[in-house]
Design a protein around this ligand. Structure first.
Ligand code: ADP
Length: 178
C-alpha cells in the first residue's frame, strides 16, 4: 500500500443474541464505539436459541439504550437484525472486523472455535475481543432471565428500561403457563 495514502477506518460489527441486552453488552458497545468510527450491532434472529424476546424487541431495547448515549459515541452506532450466516452479514455490511466480548474462561473455548471457523470462511475479516469489565464479568442474559423469572433483583445487571421489559415478558410467560 502507498505509505502516503490515508488508512481507511474499518467498520466493526458486534453480533449477538442480546436476549436481552445487559450492562455487560453495553460496556462492550461503549468501548467498541471509542475504537471504531462505525460500529454495527447485529442482532441475530437465532430461533435455535428460543429467545424470550423477538429480534425486533431486542433491537428496540438496544436502540433505546444507544439513544441515551452522548455524541459522538451515539452517532457511530447502528443497530440491525440479521438472519443469515454471520460472515454473509459482515460482508454485506462492508465490515472487516467482528467485535466480541470475552468473559473469563466461560466464553473462551466457544469464541476461539467460532473465530477460527470464521477465519477459514473469510480470512480478510478479523475477530477482535474486548475483555469484559471485571465487575460485569458474571453478567449473562441467560442468568438475568432466570433471576427475573423468580422475581429476583435484576437492577445490577440491566438498565431500568430493560428490567421493566423483562418483568413484563416474565409476567406474560407465567400467565401462559397458568
Ligand atoms: P451469542 O448468542 O452470540 O453468544 P450473546 O448476546 O450471549 O450472544 O453475547 C454476545 C457477545 O457479547 C459475546 O461475545 C459475549 O461473549 C459478549 N458478552 C455477553 N455478556 C457479556 C458481559 N457481561 N461482558 C462482556 N461481554 C459479554
Amino acid at each position: 500500500m502507498d505509505a502516503l495514502s490515508p488508512k481507511k477506518q474499518p467498520i466493526a460489527l458486534y453480533p449477538g443474541t442480546f436476549d436481552p441486552v445487559t450492562l455487560g453488552h453495553l460496556d462492550i458497545i461503549r468501548r467498541g464505539a471509542r475504537i471504531f468510527d462505525h460500529l454495527i450491532i447485529a442482532v441475530a434472529e437465532n430461533p435455535g436459541k428460543s429467545p424470550l424476546f423477538s429480534s425486533e424487541e431486542r433491537a428496540s431495547m438496544i436502540r433505546h439504550e444507544i439513544s441515551r448515549l452522548e455524541n459522538p459515541t451515539k452517532s457511530r452506532i447502528e443497530v440491525i437484525i440479521y438472519n443469515s450466516l454471520l460472515m454473509d452479514c459482515v460482508e454485506s455490511q462492508g465490515a472487516s472486523v467482528i467485535l466480541r466480548g470475552l468473559r473469563a474462561v466461560a466464553d473462551f473455548e466457544y469464541e476461539y472455535q467460532m473465530a477460527g471457523m470464521n477465519q477459514q470462511i473469510n480470512n480478510k475479516i478479523e475477530t477482535i475481543f474486548l475483555m469484559a469489565d471485571s465487575v460485569l464479568q458474571p453478567v449473562a442474559s441467560r442468568l438475568v432471565k432466570e433471576i427475573a423469572f423468580y422475581n429476583g433483583n435484576i437492577t445490577p445487571f440491566v438498565p431500568p428500561h430493560v428490567a421493566q421489559k423483562l418483568q413484563e415478558a416474565v409476567t406474560r410467560k407465567k400467565s401462559f403457563q397458568d
